[in-house]
Design a protein around this ligand. Structure first.
Ligand code: FRU
Length: 506
């Protein structure tokens, strides 16, 4: 290409686009599974959040998007903007593949930076089996994006590394994440080393255009399964300082399948990352989270919530994919990664109901005690639930039908130290392909004397849970009945006491 490719957008174009987006949103508004307060694409397909950045006091969310169909293909960057991180306004597609460019087969994931006042997107450009790094600069409103004439700015992965290559010839090398350190830009890229494991590569540059390969930041071991298997390739790496440590988050990919999220806490020094702990961050629906720092100094994480209904159902629905709410990252006194909803999420709270504590102990060994609450129901809720430390399995019932045939359970089992979301009755008869395990379980070790604290965000088909501020589990559920809106609590097989429930309609 001789000419830089630019999307020229006039005011009427923008207005027209927003009318179309609003009409699309209206079409899906009453669907049983369409979230009401989690971000979804106006229509069609969405996957990873991209280019998260605060710019002139507004938050920008770009995302992997197929603007013409509700399945993954032909990746573009969709775009939305928000004043408060919770109410988003649709903006036109920011980046599209260019017929003769290095991104002709897709504009894959990447990030946004402020290059001395110039908004700049750094993304994965895909042409056939080639994954390269390209760059585009924006106007001050972040609406017009001009691709660099010299794209790609990184044309080949580093040689002599035996990077993971699949039979179609693809060398897996994608998802640049860039930040400024001193007078140079630093970039990490996700990859894998054949027969070794997931790998993070580092580059540096004085100007975002000329990049020098600096070596691997971290190489995983795909033969180790304890404490968690880290797979053969890492997508969407995130590396950031937090407290007195550095956190590394990777999305584990293996043989064409997106798996789950891993978070490490450790030290980053001289271009090498040394994890001191490696844990699952979420093995539910969430994938490819991205983080950014806002002007208040908050490290905010937003992830993609994959659909867990079959592809046909997604196509019939006309849309696919949702984002998590924005979560603020911190480290606790024990150096564990903690996630708190950003304060702005409270703006979404409407009618509030609070229920004081009561005993939930089962009358006899092995029995279950359950309690539903009149007037406490809905499919778009925030719940803060605290159970005193006991011996019984305790939990919350969500999306429960009047006869109990349909329900979803979020539970904690103290005996096995397991937090779970049980979806075996989340849709009568299950869902088949794409559904994943009906019961999603993750380990949660409580500290001595610690109660069980569940922060739950329910939004039609979306469930996000963070237990005790540090253990995350997300899921999608697709109950068939419109009256599956009941909420309750339960305990099984021992001593249990509910300390409190706070519930807000959202
Ligand atoms: C993660 C991912 C990225 C890639 C993008 C393509 O979900 O596979 O590695 O850049 O999605 O849409």
């Amino acid at each position: 290409m001789d000419e830089a490719s630019t999307i020229a957008l006039t005011e009427p174009d923008l207005a027209r686009f927003q009318t179309i987006a609003a009409t699309a949103r209206e079409t899906f508004r009453d669907e049983l599974y369409r979230p009401v307060y989690h971000f979804t694409p106006p229509a069609n397909w969405m996957n990873d959040p991209n280019g998260l950045i605060e710019w002139n006091g507004q938050y920008h969310l770009f995302y992997q998007h197929h603007p013409f169909a509700p399945y993954w293909a032909d990746m573009h960057w969709g775009h939305a903007v928000s004043d408060d991180l919770v109410r988003w306004q649709d903006l036109p597609v920011a980046l599209a593949p260019d017929g003769d460019g290095p991104d002709r087969d897709g504009v894959f994931s990447g990030c946004a930076v402020d290059d001395h006042g110039t908004p700049t997107l750094i993304y994965t450009s895909v042409a056939g089996p080639e994954q390269t790094v390209s760059l585009a600069t924006g106007d001050r409103n972040l609406l017009h994006w001009t691709k660099e004439t010299n794209n790609p700015v990184i044309a080949t992965p580093p040689a002599n590394l035996r990077l993971l290559k699949t039979p179609d010839g693809t060398i897996h090398f994608r998802d640049p994440s860039v930040w400024r350190e001193g007078d140079r830009w630093q970039m990490i890229i996700g990859s894998g080393v054949r027969d070794v494991g997931g790998t993070i590569l580092r580059y540096s540059s004085p100007d975002l255009r000329a990049w020098t390969y600096e070596g691997p930041v971290l190489v995983g071991d795909a033969f180790v399964t304890d404490p968690v298997w880290t797979g053969t390739m890492w997508e969407c790496p995130q590396l950031f300082p937090l407290g007195d440590r550095h956190v590394m988050i990777v999305s584990v990919w293996h043989e064409g399948k997106t798996q789950y999220l891993i978070a490490m806490v450790g030290r980053y020094h001289d271009g090498r990352y040394r994890p001191e702990s490696t844990d699952l961050l979420d093995l539910g629906s969430q994938y490819a989270p991205q983080t950014f720092l806002d002007r208040l100094g908050r490290r905010i994480l937003i992830g993609w919530l994959r659909e867990q209904r079959p592809r046909d159902a997604q196509i019939a629905a006309g849309w696919s994919g949702a984002m998590t709410i924005p979560w603020e990252c911190s480290l606790d006194a024990k150096g564990r990664l903690c996630l708190t909803p950003v304060a702005e999420v409270r703006q979404l709270r409407q009618a509030h109901r609070s229920i004081a504590g009561f005993d939930l102990s089962a009358a006899a060994e092995g029995e279950e005690t359950a309690r539903e609450f009149d007037g406490l129901a809905g499919d778009a809720l925030e719940l803060d639930v605290v159970f005193e430390r006991g011996t019984a399995m305790v939990g919350v019932l969500l999306r429960r039908s009047p006869n109990g045939a349909e329900e979803t359970r979020v539970s904690y089992d103290p005996e096995r130290a397991v937090l779970a979301i049980d979806r075996s009755r989340s849709r009568v008869g299950g869902l088949g392909d794409g559904w994943g395990p009906a019961k999603i379980e993750t380990r949660l070790d409580l500290d001595p004397g610690e109660d069980v604290r569940l922060s739950i965000f329910l939004d039609r088909s979306v469930i996000e849970v963070v237990a005790n501020g540090r253990t995350m589990l997300t899921a999608r559920v697709y109950p068939t009945r419109a009256d599956s809106t009941g909420v309750g609590v339960f305990a099984r097989g021992g001593k249990a006491r509910l300390a409190s429930i706070d519930c807000w309609k959202m």
